[in-house]
Design a protein around this ligand. Structure first.
Ligand code: C2E
Ligand code: CA
Ligand code: CA
Length: 396
């Protein structure tokens, strides 16, 4: 935030009621009184001291000052620029913005009532131009609505889990799957998991969604085992940072595996590296998974935040090469060289590699020539239902 300091002495005015909002202020030292006028008489609303913020309300809803701020003694203030505040609000969650707006509206209504001696209005629209115009409300409401519907679909068990085959190139067989969750919204139709998983991750809703996926995965493995499929394919499950941070994530995996009578080692965990991950925790979790024989894959390797430091410290058993590389490797020699180097590096770490997004035979051939062990993509198969995946294992 801005480091502009203002030094005031007793009686100095910071701003007056009715002034346009230019900045907010943080009290560093001294005291400020906030005054309004009631029935022609000045009335002190509050006294602020070090660490308190003042003048932020008018800045947030872009309305004239509703009170006067005056120094009670020697005061030092840090000025916080209006643009900085607005930028932070614009970048915040629409639900938080709507909550803030609700509180401001209520505060202004109460203040007005206090001044006039009337009861506060139930729905005060003191400054209808503020916040409303930029659609904060609509976005926030849409998000709350979508989250509620996702919760309902989860309760109704109408989320679907599809299984995308993972193909072992040399053996020419499907040796595993990745579980991918699907949500068909009652009105909007299918919604991309990229959208609704991100929404679920903003709250703890991702935890029951993750448990639901694990439950479907274990149930599917049990059904395949019942049908005599051997060796049983593995199924990889995506886990978000929030799920990994959950204290007993592994306990949940073990409990669900027991419930369905399957070997937990048939479940793999896919983790996407991000700045949000708590690496110490993830490292510990990977080691505990290792003790139980559960493999952990590093997802989307080579994009965004790929840190080789983490790759050598964390005991990933598999690295999944992001689709972007596969898409470009046949046209861009430098990309081909990077894929070759990544495959060699992963092998040198004694880990497996899965190349994602393989859509053509040429891509498969190029990856096979580089000794890439596993591939995944539309060439082998799209995410499948249980009935479709049965066919891969000779079941009718
Ligand atoms: P991801 O883990 O990278 O999953 C692979 C995505 O690539 C999937 O998209 C898959 O359908 C798509 N894909 C696979 N093969 C091809 C191909 O050959 N070409 C192209 N163009 N795309 C291909 P999807 O299902 O939309 O999933 C998007 C992301 O949502 C996933 O990315 C994953 O991060 C997340 N996700 C999906 N299911 C779950 C889940 O159960 N839990 C969590 N935490 N995240 C999930
Ligand atoms: Ca994945
Ligand atoms: Ca991926």
């Amino acid at each position: 935030m801005s480091s502009k300091r203002l030094h005031l002495t007793t009686g100095d005015i910071v701003f007056r009621e009715g002034d346009p909002p230019t900045s907010a202020y943080l009290v560093e030292s001294g005291q400020i009184e906030i005054l309004t006028v009631k029935e022609g008489m000045p009335m002190v609303l509050s006294v602020l001291g070090p660490g308190d913020l003042l003048g932020e309300m008018a800045v947030i809803d872009d309305a004239p000052r509703t009170a006067t701020a005056r120094a009670l003694n020697d005061v030092c203030l840090i000025e916080v620029d209006r643009a900085q505040i607005n930028e932070r609000i614009d970048n915040s969650d629409p639900i938080v913005r709507a909550l803030l707006k609700g509180q401001l509206t209520r505060y202004r209504s109460a203040l007005q009532a206090l001044r006039s001696g009337e009861a506060p209005m139930l729905r005060a629209h003191a400054h209808p131009q503020a916040c409303d115009a930029d659609g904060y409300d609509d976005q926030a409401m849409a998000k709350i609505h979508l989250e509620t519907q996702l919760r309902d679909s989860l309760t109704a068990k109408s989320l679907e889990v599809r299984f995308q085959p993972i193909y072992e190139v040399r053996e020419q067989r499907i040796s595993g799957y990745e579980a991918l969750v699907r949500w068909t919204h009652p009105v909007r139709g299918p919604i991309s998991p990229a959208e609704f998983i991100a929404l679920a991750e903003e709250t703890s809703l991702i935890l029951p969604v993750g448990e639901y996926v694990l439950d479907r995965v274990a149930e599917t493995l049990a059904k395949l085992a019942d049908q005599g499929v051997s060796p049983l394919p593995f199924i990889a499950v995506n886990m978000s940072g929030r799920q990994l941070a959950e204290a007993d994530m592994l306990g949940v995996v073990t409990m669900i595996s027991k419930k369905h009578g399957i070997d937990a080692r048939s479940i793999k965990i896919e983790v996407t590296e991000s700045l949000m991950l708590d690496f110490e925790k993830v490292g510990e979790l990977i080691n505990r998974c290792g003790d139980l024989g559960i493999k952990v894959a590093l997802d989307d390797f080579g994009t965004g935040y790929s840190n080789l430091g983490h790759l050598h410290k964390l005991q990933f058993s598999t690295v999944k090469l992001d689709q972007g590389f596969v898409r470009q490797m046949l046209h861009a020699p430098r990309c081909h060289a990077i894929v070759k180097a990544i495959v060699q590096m992963v092998h040198a770490l004694d880990s497996d590699i899965v190349a994602e997004g393989v859509e053509t035979q040429e891509q498969l051939d190029a990856l096979a020539a580089l000794n890439c062990r596993y591939i995944q993509g539309y060439l082998i198969g799209r995410p499948q239902t249980y009935d479709e995946m049965r066919g891969n294992h000779g079941l009718t």
